[in-house]
Write a protein that binds this ligand. Structure first.
Ligand SMILES: [Fe+2]
Length: 267
């Protein structure tokens, strides 16, 4: 049994689509990414996951503008993290799950995207798809992750299962080789790896670092991804580089997770 899905992350959208973020027109670069997905990948994938920083800076008006611009549909009964649906740029009612990032205001995020449920301070949630459990973990609204006891407890509880599990998180859980980015990992996240040890976790997907990084930890693929907006270099101090967005096409086959990166030409 196999299925595929697509990972995108860190959209940093503004209420106005012509308002740049760090010199990048983020609405344009996301639209280019979605167009590329529609042309090359969507027909072979069942859904998308967006791993946070939907807007920057957050406001209810920004979320409402983004929902309208991306034709994101929800229903009053939608549960977080979804699926909602997204249309436009060649996509039509494509299922998409949204996790919040550190730039997302939890209250406004829930009010606009998931009006049928009460806002939560942290979006720790799980869903199943074709016999695979997806565990969504929330480390908060600071650039530096916070090892919240409730997030760690949620993880430990969710892993009491025989199902293979994929962990989705905005903040990274391993260093990526850039000192200033790696300083964003909470010391308490060592506990994350203790909880995961020996469990049937087949992949960890993250955002936040705005660069693509892949490594095996405890035999588990741990994968971060370039933003759909601006990218960071793997440097000691913050450096933004001119690199095009990535998205990740992920396939799970017989409990094994593999993926490939698509680069989105912006010219
Ligand atoms: Fe980000």
């Amino acid at each position: 049994m196999a299925f595929s899905f697509i990972q995108i992350t860190d959209h940093h959208l503004r209420a106005s689509e012509t308002d740049p973020v760090r010199g990048v027109m983020t609405t344009y670069t996301l639209a280019a990414t979605l167009r590329h997905i529609a042309r090359h990948a969507a027909a072979h994938a069942d859904f998308m996951v967006s791993l946070g920083d939907l807007v920057d800076p957050p406001s209810e008006a920004a979320y409402r503008a983004v929902m309208e611009r991306l034709a994101i549909q929800n229903t009053a009964t939608s549960v977080a993290p979804g699926p909602l649906t997204i249309s436009g740029e060649g996509l039509r009612d494509f299922p998409i799950y949204f996790l919040p990032g550190n730039h997302d205001d939890r209250h406004d995020f829930f009010r606009v995207l998931f009006p049928g449920i009460a806002p939560m301070p942290l979006l720790n949630a799980r869903f199943e798809y074709q016999g695979v459990q997806f565990i969504c973990l929330d480390w908060g609204t600071d650039a530096t992750s916070v090892a919240y006891p409730e997030t760690l407890a949620f993880l430990a509880d969710a892993l009491q299962t025989d199902l293979p599990s994929v962990i989705l998180t905005h903040h990274q859980v391993v260093p990526v080789g850039a000192r200033w980015l790696d300083a964003f990992i909470a010391p308490g996240l060592a506990r994350f790896w203790e909880i995961v040890r020996g469990k049937r976790v087949i992949g960890v997907l993250a955002g936040h670092v705005h660069l693509t990084h892949e490594q095996l930890v405890q035999g588990i693929p741990v994968l971060t991804l370039r933003s759909t907006a601006f990218q960071f270099a793997r440097t000691e101090t913050p450096t933004i580089v001119l690199e095009p967005p990535h998205y990740r096409f992920v396939t799970i086959h017989n409990g094994v997770l593999t993926s490939r990166i698509f680069e989105v030409p912006l010219a």
